[in-house]
Every structure is written in C-alpha cells, then in structure tokens.
Design a protein around this ligand. Structure first.
Ligand code: SF4
Ligand code: FES
Length: 253
C-alpha cells in the first residue's frame, strides 16, 4: 500500500495517498474546485482549461499549481480560493469567455469569479462555445468511431468531421455532446430522428412504449461490440417485463 499523507485543503484536514492528484483529493473530500476539462469518464484527459488552479504551500513556500495534474507528494496546505487564485482564475475565465463567448457555462463561471478587467482589446470569437479541450474527440475515439477531430490552426482551429462534411463513421450516439463541458456540440431531435454533425439518423424506438433507445446506428454498434442481439425494447420496459415475469412465477409456485 502506498504512503498516506495528511494535507489541509481550505482549512479542512484530508488524507490522501502519495501521488494522488490534488483535484481528486479535494473532490473526494467534498471540496469543490471549479473545473472545465476534467471528466470522470476520461480520467487521463486533464490540464486543458487551467480553471482548476489552486495555491499550494509546502515547506513555507507558496506556488500556484493546476490541481487536476498536481500529484501530492508531501504534506502541504492548499488554498482553492485565495486572493491570488481568485484573481488568476478570473483572468483565465475572462480569456476563455473571449474564446467561447456563447457558452453559458463559461459566462456563469466568469460571473461567479467576479470578472477581470483589461481584455477588451482581445478578439472575441463570435458565435463560439468551444474551448478546444478535446474531450469530445476522446469520447468519439474511445468508442472506436473516430468521426471527429481538431482541424485547422490558430484562430480557425475547431472540432469537426473531416472537411466539415457528414461523416460516414459517425453513429449519432451523442457521446461527444454529452461530455462537452461548454455545451458546444449542438444537435436536434424529434420523435423519430436525430441530427448531429450535419447528418440525420433514424432513431431505434422501443417496440413496447415507443420511446427512443438511441440512433439505429448506435444501437447496432453497441450490440455488435457486446456480442448480443439488438434490443427490441427499452431498459424500462425490459425491467417491467422482468418484474411481471417474477410476479407471475411467484403466483404459481
Ligand atoms: S466541442 Fe466541447 S468537448 Fe469538444 S473540444 Fe470543444 S469544448 Fe471540448
Ligand atoms: S480541470 Fe484542470 S486544467 Fe481543466
């Protein structure tokens, strides 16, 4: 078993294993550190937004660190919202607001951080919500789909399908939209179809209640990967069916 360390975060004593990331220790102890690019679904994907900075005091010296990639190696005192951190986080969020002015999430975080002055001359990317954290690309890759990637350079850099055209590899599963921290990936859905990344997908509907179970492509892919038959009914109806079967069995034993 690795060494246990005693640290203090915002005055609260916490215990952690040596090497554990500071952000994770804080979260485990119910201490919230603002963050954008950290996702429980992709543990290794970190350090893109720098919103999660904190101040660490070790051996009498203070430094600002990115908590989601800072391994705790020795006993220390951590301040998640010191004056310095509040100022630097407000600047980071002001810059992110310039990059993604249409993101309500970032706007709300920037407001909460109190705002920062002096960025009026920076170019605002009109209509943009994406901070290029790459979580969506990772989500797509993790499914073996690889339908989206970052394309172009500089201010034109963005996440898209190849040549911004409908991708034959996309299965319309929404993994990208669901993992996006800024609400940048838009899609539309009606009773029978879903449109995302310029492609419209037919939905697989539960044969019993008619509710959507995902796109036909995504349901097919999931069944194929799991080596099972494609489901005809949704999870809720299957549970109801199982419960009915059990009731029926008990009634006749
Ligand atoms: S679309 Fe969302 S998840 Fe993808 S890079 Fe942009 S902010 Fe990150
Ligand atoms: S959450 Fe740590 S850098 Fe984004």
């Amino acid at each position: 078993m690795s060494d246990l360390l005693n640290i203090t975060i915002d005055g609260r004593p916490c215990t952690c294993e040596a090497g554990e990331y500071l952000y994770d220790v804080a979260e485990r102890n119910g201490i919230h550190i603002p963050a954008l690019c950290r996702s429980d679904a992709f543990e290794d994907h970190r350090a893109c937004c720098r919103v999660c900075i904190v101040e660490v005091e070790e051996r009498g010296r203070r430094k600002v660190v990115t908590s989601c990639v800072y391994p705790v190696e020795r006993e220390c005192t951590v301040y998640t919202n010191s004056e310095k951190i509040a100022e630097e986080r407000a600047v980071t969020l002001a810059l992110l607001s310039k990059r993604a002015p249409e993101s309500e999430t970032i706007a709300a975080m920037a407001r909460e951080a109190g705002g920062a002055e002096g960025f009026d001359r920076l170019v605002t990317l009109d209509g943009e919500k994406c901070i290029l954290c790459g979580l969506c690309v990772q989500a797509c890759d993790s499914l073996g789909t690889g339908a989206i990637s970052t394309v172009n350079r500089g201010v034109d850099k963005m996440v898209s399908t190849p040549y911004d055209k409908p991708s034959a590899d996309c299965i319309g599963c929404l993994s990208c939209a669901n993992v996006c921290p800024t609400g940048a990936i838009e899609y539309a859905q009606d009773a029978t179809s879903r449109t995302i990344w310029n492609r419209t997908f037919e939905l697989a509907l539960c044969e019993r209640c008619g509710s959507p179970m995902g796109t036909k492509d995504a349901v097919h892919r999931a069944a194929q990967q799991a080596g099972v038959e494609e489901p005809r009914i949704c999870d809720a109806c299957r549970k109801r069916e199982l419960a009915d079967e059990m009731m029926h069995t008990y009634r006749y034993v």
